[in-house]
Design a protein around this ligand. Structure first.
Ligand code: KIV
Ligand code: NA
Length: 270
């Protein structure tokens, strides 16, 4: 397999080939995801829950994100080295100014990330433009943005109703104009996610709890392996079911995403 690149991801979006993304936080899982044909690994700040036992992502530091990004990047390079690595900018590492975001993003890129992800819309558009103008690929993240869980009032569906949908639509267009090339849509109505996917030819949408109409899908690795110490979100499928290895589960996930068998709107979306 050829290394996944940004042009390749946008080509996949244009062709309608689904992008399969999983999170990973360490070298072994990252190498296995790479071998299983996962297109993108997200070093998500969900590591705050998965690895650190926190109740939210709010307490995760930039230094911790850099550590896990370096672990993942080494794991990917160890075997095939074909997977695109995205790292989350953690809470507090980009909110202050474009300059602060640049300094933080540089640290993640130096740790081995190919792209950084940041949450939110509106105020994030100038930050996205600042980073992309300086050669740092940006993945945006709208809908349920876990870093602002306290402002949102819980982990609940976003973009419901005409007004909320219109704001989300506007923010997505702005972020794409600012140069974001991927856009995670978390817990937004499937109809809205599908509409945005069609409206954004130069920015591939990646859904999680956003239905089957996005350009790609992402799940938290441990969730899709049936390993969850909290509440399992409704949009998760356990890919270990019917498999006898983690490699098999990852392969089944990639295949299900590529063939449009996951997610199923009625079961995994709103
Ligand atoms: O941190 C994370 O794992 C994420 C994905 C769930 C999109 O941001
Ligand atoms: Na995240």
């Amino acid at each position: 397999r050829k290394p996944v690149s940004l042009p390749r991801l946008l080509e996949m979006h244009a062709r309608g080939e689904k992008i399969a993304m999983l999170t990973a936080y360490d070298a072994t899982f990252a190498a296995m995801a790479d071998s299983a044909g996962v297109d993108c690994i997200l070093v998500g700040d969900s590591l705050g829950m998965v690895c650190q036992g926190r109740h939210s992502t709010v307490g995760v530091s930039l230094q911790e994100m850099c550590y896990h990004t370096a672990c993942v990047a080494r794991g990917v390079r160890r075997v095939q080295g074909t997977t695109w690595v995205i790292a989350d900018l953690p809470f507090g590492s980009y909110q202050q100014s474009p300059e602060q975001a640049l300094q933080s993003a540089v640290q993640l890129m130096e740790a081995g990330a190919h792209m950084v992800k940041l949450e939110g819309g509106g105020w994030t558009a100038p930050i996205t433009a600042f980073l992309t103008a300086r050669g740092i690929p940006v993945c945006a993240h709208l809908g349920l943005t876990p870093q602002t869980v306290h402002a949102l009032g819980g982990y609940r569906v976003q973009g419901r109703g005409d007004h909320a949908a219109q704001i989300l639509r506007q923010q997505a267009l702005e972020l794409a104009d600012a140069g974001a090339r991927l856009l995670v849509l978390e817990m937004v109505p499937a109809v809205l996610a599908a509409e945005l996917t069609r409206q954004l030819p130069h920015c591939a949408t990646i859904g999680i709890g956003a239905g089957a109409g996005t350009a790609g899908q992402v799940l938290v690795l441990h969730d899709m392996l049936g390993m969850n110490i909290g509440r399992m979100p409704r949009f998760v499928r356990n890919f270990m079911a019917g498999q006898d290895s983690i490699a098999g589960a990852m392969g089944a996930y990639v295949q299900a995403v590529k063939q449009g068998q996951f997610p199923v709107d009625a079961e995994h979306a709103w």
